[in-house]
Each structure stands twice: as C-alpha cells, then as structure tokens.
Design a protein around this ligand. Structure first.
Ligand code: SAM
Ligand code: SF4
Length: 469
C-alpha cells in the first residue's frame, strides 16, 4: 500500500485495505488509498486502529467467497470490541467477489457498509459518505451501499487528482494498469464476467501516469492488464496504439529504467511487441506467457484459440528477438476431460519451453463459466497428483535457471535492506530476488552484481562495481 508523507490537515482517520489475488488488485488498492486520502483517510497496516476496513477480493479460484465471509465474521467481532470501547469501524467489500455477489454479501453479512466492484472505486468517497449517513440508523433499516455497475465514465480520469493534494511516497517499482477486462472467454475463467469487456486507457493518460510515477522516484514500471498485450489505447489523433508501440513511447521517459508487463495471452504477442523486446533495453527479458495446457484437445476445450505447436513456435520467435528471454507461465491441471495423455502433453510443453518460473493450479469450477457445465470432472486425488508432478518439474527448471546465472554479472535494481544485517536486496532483469552484502547507500539504483550462489528462491550476489547505468 502507498505510504503518505504529507497529510491533509484534517486527517484523523485510518483505512486498512486487505488485498487478495493478483497485481491488478494491488494497484486498485493503492488507487483506493489515493481516492480516500484527500477525504482524511490515511493507510494503516494495523487493522486494530482502522476506522475503515476494505477487503479487496479476488474471485479467480474457488472458496474465494467463503474466505471473504469468514473474514467478515472476524471483522464483526473486532467491530464489536471497538464499539464496546467507544470507537467504531466501517467495513467495505471491493473487487471481483463484490462484483459477482454484491446483494448476497449485503444479505448474508449485514455488518458490511459498502459493496463495490472494480469499476466503481473512484466513487468510493461518495459511497462512504452515503454509508456514514446510515451509521446511526436502526440496524433493521440500515442498508449497505452497493455499487457494482460498469460505468460509462472513465474511472481513471477521476482518480489521479488525489495525488495533487497529498504526496504519496512510492517505492522504486510501481504497477500501472493500462488495460482492464477481457474478451477472450476462456471456458474456465470468471474474469470476462467480473471485470467486464476489454477496455484500454488512452495513451496520453498512461504516459502522464508513468511520468508522474518517475517524478515520484519510480525506476521500474510494470504495466498491468488482465490481457495486457491486447492493449489498444487511442492516441491524440484517435489512432489505436498497441502495447509494443506504447513500450517505445514509455522508453522515452527520462529516468524510467525498467519496464515490464503482465499478463499476456499468446495470441496477442504481435510483431510490434517482439520488435520492442528486440530494440528496447529497458524492456526486461522476463515474460509471463501462460499456456495453461500442452494438449491441443484441452486447449480447444479451454477456448484458448491456439495449439501447443503454435505456442512453441511463438516462443522461438520471442527468443529470436530477445535470446536471453526468461519465461514464466500458468498451468491448470485437471480441466474436465483431461486424460493421462493430455497431462503428459502438458509436461512435454513445459520441458520444451523451459520455464524460469510458473504458477500452477488445480482446475476449480467457477459458476457462470462454460467449464462449469462440463460433466467429466477429474477426481480431486488425480488433480493433486498431477499438480505435484508438474510442480516438481517446474521447481527443477527454476532451480536450473537460478544455477545457470551463477558466474554471470547481472544488473540488479537494489530496492531494500536485506533480511540479514549488512545486506541489501533487489531484483535481476529476470525478476529473481538477489541478496548481497552492501550498504543501504546502494538502494535506489541499478548496480552490477556478480552472482555467486543460489538459495531456494533467490540468488546470492557480490557487488561488482560502485554503480552502473
Ligand atoms: N489472462 C491470463 C491468461 O490468459 O492466462 C490469466 C489471468 S487469470 C487471472 C490467472 C490464472 O488463474 C490463469 O492463468 C489460470 O491459470 C488460473 N485460473 C483461472 N481460472 C481458473 C480456474 N477456474 N481454475 C483454476 N485455475 C484458474
Ligand atoms: Fe481469463 Fe486470461 Fe482467458 Fe481472459 S485470457 S478469459 S483473463 S484466462
């Protein structure tokens, strides 16, 4: 969450935002904090001192709503304790569970004051005011304020104003959402329903936000979107600009040293984006490009709209553009109808691609998606066994990739103090965590670091020279 350095004079209140799920929710939580700051709410990491608690939820996998309801149970107790001590606390549910189950949340958990979806967080201060107006009503009359509309207006237009009134301290790295929603309709996925149709932010708006972040000290920006490489924002002339061209425009911002983006769909990796990887040193050689399965039959049932061979030939083209590209992926095991042979095809594509990292999940039925109507569900123990085997393979590839870096000198953006005294830590171009002995003066710049060893999830380095570009 953002830290606020300069506070509005009337700033007695505290907001605690608990973020579930992906980076897009992390970005959204920061924007909610931005929207609330001018209204006197400062972020806190201590839930006990919060006047407002917001749960920014994720609906991507099962049990998401149950987790939210059990959290709400705990918050109800906390609210009771605060009231007994003469205080109070408001509670809001945001994000994709709120979008999917708005009324149901208000019905099952009357403790909730606000329910709002991802398209409504710029209206948070208004909603809060309405909800505050109800605080003193009889519980039987009080109603949660619910906003799960997909509005016509551009929420991003309404948000950054907050930063003019407070100085938000950014870290060295920041997320920047450029695209939201998805039109792909993979048969397992709720995103097109909870986040809506694909929408790209205009180029000028993205560039202005990026410049603002760099002015605030950010050196590395990760562009976000549910399907980020489908980005097609309009420029001032009304021309559609793709992610590759956007990367070239962002590269012109002085002081921006690193650029990343996530998450991409294989079908949207176009030539302009490959050219950006070939020509822009600031575009980091790490690409999260989920394939989900290596079986053409399952890819078709998932509605991924490409084959395993097409994915592999895309990987070849990507590596031709940027030979040191490290790849990451997402995999689902146990999609309905997945046979042992289909699963073996998934292990094969993993072996052929060679991943630096990967996320893997057991298929879970998401109500409302086409996958939910499929009957040939896979037994839980089969999913568990397949997930274990897949993760064993990926973990070995990750360890091999880390080991291949030993002896190399990598530019590391040093971001923080390390876990051990006298250590600092940062990230390699391939998004690996790197720890090294060094003074805190190193924090804030990219330094050349010789990689001398590995530990489970990170690299161990030694400073090569004082500072490098
Ligand atoms: N847009 C990205 C793409 O095309 O791959 C993925 C976005 S999704 C938020 C993140 C990951 O969650 C997916 O790549 C998929 O592996 C996983 N996921 C989504 N729905 C799932 C489901 N019903 N069961 C298991 N995993 C799921
Ligand atoms: Fe979901 Fe990604 Fe498929 Fe869109 S492309 S439906 S976000 S998995």
């Amino acid at each position: 969450m953002s830290d606020i350095e300069t506070l509005p004079e009337t700033a007695p209140k505290r907001v605690f935002i608990k973020t579930y799920g992906c980076q897009m929710n992390v970005y959204d939580s920061d924007r909610m904090a931005d929207a609330l700051a001018p209204h006197g709410y400062l972020p806190t990491h201590e839930i006990a001192e919060a006047d407002l608690v917001l749960l920014n939820t994720c609906h991507i996998r099962e049990k998401a709503s149950e987790k939210v309801f059990s959290e709400l149970g705990r918050l109800k107790e906390l609210q009771g304790e605060k009231r007994a001590a003469g205080g109070d606390m408001m509670i809001g549910v945001a994000g994709c569970v709120a979008q999917a189950e708005g009324e149901e949340i208000a019905r099952r958990a009357p403790v909730v004051d606000l329910v709002f979806g991802p398209q409504a967080y710029h209206r948070l201060p208004d909603m809060l005011e309405k909800a505050q107006g109800q605080r003193h009503m009889h519980p039987a009359l009080k109603k949660a304020v619910i906003d799960t509309d997909f509005p016509e207006e551009d929420k991003f237009e309404h948000l950054p104003a907050a930063r003019k009134e407070v100085t938000i301290k950014r870290g060295l790295t920041a997320f920047l959402t450029v695209q939201e929603g998805c039109d792909k309709f993979c048969s397992f996925c709720v995103v097109p329903y909870t986040r809506g149709a694909e929408v790209s932010r205009p180029v000028a708006q993205v560039l202005a936000e990026a410049r603002g972040l760099v002015e605030a000290g950010v050196k590395e920006i990760t562009l976000l979107g549910q399907n980020v490489n489908a980005y097609h924002g309009l420029d001032a002339a009304g021309r559609s600009v793709g992610l590759g061209e956007l990367a070239f425009l962002l590269a012109e911002i002085e002081g921006l040293e690193r650029l990343r983006y996530t998450t991409s769909h294989p079908r949207d990796m176009d030539d302009a984006l490959l050219a950006a990887h070939r020509d822009l040193p600031l575009l980091m050689p790490y690409l999260h490009l989920p394939v989900q399965s290596g079986s053409d039959r399952i890819l078709k049932a998932m509605n991924r709209r490409h084959t395993a061979a097409e994915y592999l030939s895309l990987i070849e083209r990507i590596k031709a553009a940027r030979p040191d590209m490290a790849l990451s992926g997402d995999f689902i095991v146990g999609f309905p109808g997945e046979t042992d042979a289909d699963f073996e095809d998934t292990l094969t594509i993993i072996r052929e691609t060679g991943y630096a990292s990967a996320y893997s999940f057991k298929y879970s039925t998401r109500p409302g998606t086409p996958g939910a109507n499929l009957t040939d569900q896979i037994a839980e123990e089969v999913k568990t066994e397949r997930l274990y085997r897949l993760q064993e393979l990926v973990n070995k590839q990750t360890a091999d990739f880390h080991a291949s870096c030993v002896g190399r000198t990598l530019p590391v953006l040093i971001e923080r103090v390390g876990r051990m005294p006298g250590q600092v830590g940062g990230r390699s171009p391939y998004l690996q965590a790197v720890h090294l002995d060094g003074s805190t003066d190193l924090i804030g710049a990219i330094h050349e670091v010789e990689i001398v060893g590995t530990s489970t999830n990170s690299l161990v380095g030694r400073l090569k020279q004082a500072a490098a570009a």
